[in-house]
Design a protein around this ligand. Structure first.
Ligand code: ZN
Length: 293
């Protein structure tokens, strides 16, 4: 089943973002709130700041990664983060199976309850986004991304569990790959792989897409809706095609070489991992798309 694009991330997020001072102050209280929710779900959130320093939430996922959940919207976002806590383990394991385990050990998720909170936590991100993964700074030479966080928009609480799982996995892949992704990496590749990991495989219920006349390109992502959703769909289906025909390792190699810090030419990498030139590849992709599911 294809997820409703309105509940999946429409845009992502490269480059530097600044963590606002105001948010840092909010985050201290927010950590306390969600820690209380996680550890004592039957109790209401505290209304006054406790006297002792905050303790980290006791949530560990995947290969021993520590999760910090920041609830900026009180009970509304506490409930959303409970659902995030329940689904983040599976999302992490999905990312680790594909990408490996050599990525940051800390995962931070911020839930917002208003456009202003979302803008504060994810400056520059379009207000209508369900979620975005941002970082304060990225140093690909040292393989370090600072201030990384997944920020959930004020509408995220209305997502179904299935849609939330897609969004979390998609953003978590960006998060995991951030320190190894060139700031100017081809967007179609970063989105293709994130959606490959996050979305269910296409089946008989997946709406057909028009036979493509070209391989995916970043210019596809410059269109307003519905063109933007179609760009995501095309990139996703191309990633599916590569993984189906050549294996997930080939798709990972495409990402690491064509979107990684040494960014090789996409056509060269595609030829290496598929054995086909762009024209042949387009033909094979069209044939794959036309196969019954
Ligand atoms: Zn994305």
């Amino acid at each position: 089943m294809a997820p409703d694009r309105s509940t999946t991330p429409a845009v992502t997020e490269n480059g530097s973002r600044r963590w606002p001072v105001a948010l840092a102050a909010l985050a201290v209280t927010a950590t306390l709130v969600i820690a209380a929710v996680l550890l004592r779900p039957e109790e209401s959130a505290p209304t006054a700041a406790p006297q002792s320093p905050p303790s980290a939430p006791s949530l560990v996922v995947g290969d021993g990664r520590t999760v910090t959940l920041l609830s900026l919207g009180g009970s509304a976002t506490d409930a959303l983060l409970d659902r995030v806590a329940a689904g983040l383990g599976d999302a992490t394991e999905q990312v680790e199976r594909f990408w490996g385990t050599d990525w940051t050990r800390e995962i931070t998720v911020v839930a917002t309850d208003s456009p202003a909170q979302f803008a504060g936590a994810a400056p520059g991100a379009p207000a209508e986004m369900a979620a975005v993964a941002v970082a304060d700074s990225v140093d690909t030479d040292r393989r370090v991304a600072s201030g990384q966080r997944i920020v959930l928009g004020p509408g995220a609480g209305r997502m179904s569990d299935a849609a939330l799982r897609v969004v979390l996995t998609h953003e978590l892949f960006h998060y995991a790959a951030r320190a190894d992704t060139a700031p100017d990496a081809p967007r179609w590749i970063t989105e293709a792989v994130a959606d490959y990991l996050a979305r269910p495989a296409p089946d008989a219920t997946t709406p057909p897409v028009p036979a493509p006349v070209a391989l995916p390109a970043d210019s596809d992502f410059e269109s307003p809706e519905p063109g933007l959703s179609q760009a995501y769909d095309r990139a996703w289906l191309f990633a599916r095609f590569v993984a189906d025909r050549h294996g997930p390792a080939a798709l990972r190699e495409l990402y690491r070489r064509a979107a990684g810090r040494h960014m090789e030419a996409v056509d060269t990498v595609l030829r290496d991992v598929t054995g086909a030139d762009p024209g042949q590849l387009l033909q094979r992709w069209r044939q794959w798309l036309a196969e019954p599911r």
